[in-house]
Design a protein around this ligand. Structure first.
Ligand code: IMP
Ligand code: MG
Length: 184
């Protein structure tokens, strides 16, 4: 049996469980205020946003609906190419909704840029972006900005709280910086 401990692969803890919880509660308060007269639909981009989605929706105090979308980007394990394939589309017709895209991390912005174009064409009332983490200095698509962001991340590869490396580490309850030896 493989008894390897994920903690052995983590260089540093970037955000603890307590800090993550505070960040999500703050975003939940802001969103509840900003969307109180709107028709909020939270759209979780699977799989990375599964944990933030579950926490954020419970930090929001106004009525909201949820939906899920799953996309796969053609790239290697540590960066995106920007070409995105829809694996699972939304169940809903989004016209008339104020969409809040819920993402794990905003890096180059290519994934969200591509998704925003697809979703804008379906005529929602509005679309905004909520991301748990932002790497603003890595942005390649300037038009993509986080309307709500939990925390900033230095130019390091992070895992945990939904974020993966090669599909692993999503189940770490905190966010850590992955040791370079794991992926180089
Ligand atoms: P973008 O299209 O470059 O903005 O890439 C965003 C996607 O890249 C995220 O949804 C993640 O899947 C992945 N990603 C970017 N940086 C990290 C990281 O530090 N850890 C884990 N995944 C990351
Ligand atoms: Mg990923």
């Amino acid at each position: 049996m493989n008894t390897k401990n994920m903690l052995d692969d983590i260089k540093d803890v970037l955000y603890s469980e307590e800090q993550l919880s505070e960040m999500v509660k703050r975003m939940g308060r802001e969103i509840s205020e900003d969307y109180k007269d709107k028709n909020l639909l939270l759209v979780s981009i699977l799989k990375g946003s599964v944990i933030i989605m579950a926490d954020l929706m419970r930090a929001i105090t106004i009525p909201a609906e949820i939906d899920f979308m799953s996309v796969s980007s053609y790239g290697d394990d540590t960066k995106t190419s920007g070409r995105v394939r829809i694996i699972k589309d939304l169940d809903k017709d989004i016209s008339g909704y104020d969409i809040l895209l819920v993402e794990d991390i905003l890096d180059s912005g290519k994934t969200l840029s591509y998704l925003m174009n697809i979703l804008q064409a379906r005529n929602p009332k509005s679309i905004k972006i909520c991301t748990m983490f932002d790497k603003p200095h890595r942005r390649e698509v300037e038009s993509i900005k986080a309307d709500y962001a939990g925390g900033l991340v230095p130019d390091e590869f992070i895992v945990g709280y939904g974020l993966d490396y090669a599909q692993k580490y999503r189940n770490l309850p905190f966010v850590g910086i992955l040791k370079e030896s794991v992926y180089s």
